[in-house]
Design a protein around this ligand. Structure first.
Ligand SMILES: NC(=O)c1ccc[n+]([C@@H]2O[C@H](COP(=O)([O-])OP(=O)(O)OC[C@H]3O[C@@H](n4cnc5c(N)ncnc54)[C@H](OP(=O)(O)O)[C@@H]3O)[C@@H](O)[C@H]2O)c1
Length: 251
């Protein structure tokens, strides 16, 4: 193992590990020798995944509850003795024209995609700052870097744009204290969240046409960015958002 990318025995908390990008990220880190703490609401899914990953700790957790975020960090440290990496991946969305989106829906999306990211990052950063070492990675979106428009999602775009700037601010605040904060901005990956799009031939044709690489991403194509940002390979990188998007944000 190249020491630059070595994650052996690192303790990684991943939210939204019950499906999609989070479950894939958990396998990626576990395959590289990390101890993974799997968080989501659907505990049976986490138990199933944990049975496949040596030393994995499944924790039922609603990240919309700040007390549950604090308890998740405590549990990770109690079970694994340390916390090296947090992956803020849990998220939700609402698709529909802005003029019809209920304000309550907007608030709920922002609560989960932004406020819970802050609450959990804060809870994780405290023990990381105490030892002067840690990496926090948030799964943002290309829709946090550009508007969506033809896939109308005002609350999603607003919340993802906000986590991009939260990443800059937390990265800057904690930069001299050993805790790095970065984000990944994926474009289109087939998961439960994107089922409606991937099931719609017209929508996938549109996506392929608009993406310079002409295709969606495969979940394991996010692994390089995850390992890079989690490991010492990115020791001088903080406050940044790395698109993994087949060129979506390049045009
Ligand atoms: N797929 C894409 O193309 C794409 C592109 C850009 C960004 N993203 C981002 O990637 C992240 C993962 O999405 P995905 O595509 O993998 O979708 P997904 O398969 O629907 O996964 C969403 C995850 O979030 C968890 N979650 C939702 N609400 C939660 C809560 N209150 N507390 C704890 N966990 C919660 C879900 O678990 P439970 O229901 O079990 O709690 C689930 O594991 C999201 O932040 C999404 O915005 C995805």
């Amino acid at each position: 193992m190249d020491p630059l990318f070595d994650l052996t025995d690192r303790v990684v908390v991943i939210t939204g590990a019950s499906s999609g990008i989070g479950a894939s990220a958990a396998r990626c880190f576990a395959d590289r020798g990390a101890r993974v703490v799997l968080a989501a609401r659907r505990k049976e899914r986490l138990d199933e995944l944990a049975a496949d990953l040596p030393g994995a700790v499944p924790v039922a957790c609603d990240v919309a509850d700040p007390d549950a975020c604090a308890a998740l960090v405590d549990r990770a440290i109690a079970e694994c003795g340390r916390l090296d990496v947090l992956v803020n991946n849990a998220g939700t969305h609402h698709v529909g024209p802005a003029e019809d989106e209920p304000v309550e829906t907007f608030s709920a999306v922002v609560d989960l995609n932004l406020t819970s990211v802050f609450a959990l990052s804060q809870a994780a950063a405290r023990p990381m700052l105490a030892v002067g070492r840690g990496s926090i990675i948030t799964i943002a979106s290309v829709f946090g870097l550009n508007g969506a428009g033809q896939v109308p999602q005002a609350s999603y775009s607003a919340s993802k744009g906000a986590v991009v700037n939260l990443t800059r601010e937390l990265g800057a605040q904690w930069a001299r204290r050993g805790v790095r904060v970065n984000a990944i901005a994926p474009a289109f990956f087939s998961t439960e969240m994107t089922t409606a799009m991937f099931d719609d031939e017209g929508a996938t044709r549109w996506m392929r046409r608009k993406t310079p690489m002409g295709r969606a991403g495969e979940l394991d194509e996010l692994h390089g960015a995850l390992v890079y940002l989690a490991s010492d390979a990115s020791s001088y990188v903080t406050g940044t958002t790395l698109p993994v998007d087949g060129g979506w944000t390049a045009v």
